[in-house]
Design a protein around this ligand. Sequence first.
Ligand code: HEC
Length: 197
Amino acid sequence: MSGNKAFKVGEKILFGIFGVFIVLATVSYIALEIFRSRAPEPIFQVKTHYDFSPEGERGSVIFRESGCTSCHRAMRNGTNMGLDLDGVGSKRSRDWIYQFMKQPETTYSARTIDHGGRPKEAAYVAELPETSLQAIAAFLSELKADQGSAASPLPPEGRSEFIDNMLKAWAPESWKEKYADIRQRNAAPAGTEEASH
Ligand code: HEC
């Protein structure tokens, strides 16, 4: 009988595997931190930027004080429960953002989850004072995304073989007539393109 042994073979293997994972995770975390502190350039690049007008600056305070950050992230504040709004100013115009806050579903042409009429959780947004909404719209429209960031409509600069291959593999032929390749009308400097929807 092996009843008085501390661990059975199966348990030893299980704990062993678990232990190896923990050791590996710790070692790679330390290695990453060392690598990061010595890297000549930051390995995670910040791809969004801002340059606020006085109104935008006021809007950023109102944005935080109005509880938007309980659902949204902007400038490293807030959560990702709703949408990440960093770089939204490269996708949406100031007027679009304002219209969205006033009439979310009309502006989206779709059902929304949190914005809209009561009892939705972000219904209060449409009821904020006019000057607050204008200032928030200015603030958000000044959050710009650099080309290649997740918030930018444009992929990273330069020809990407990966994107070409994905297009070849997955995009139906009919798309070539239906849609323009955004990379081909890349004459405008990054961050100035305004979405029309
Ligand atoms: C309860 C969570 C919640 C709160 C609070 C909230 N939002 Fe939102 N927001 C969302 C969600 C979810 C969406 C996506 C649309 C939807 O389904 O409602 C969204 C979408 C948006 C969009 C559109 C983004 C885009 O590009 O499509 C803007 C702009 C926005 N919110 C601004 C604000 C502002 C400004 C405040 C504060 C005054 C705020 N939100 C508070 C959850 C929230």
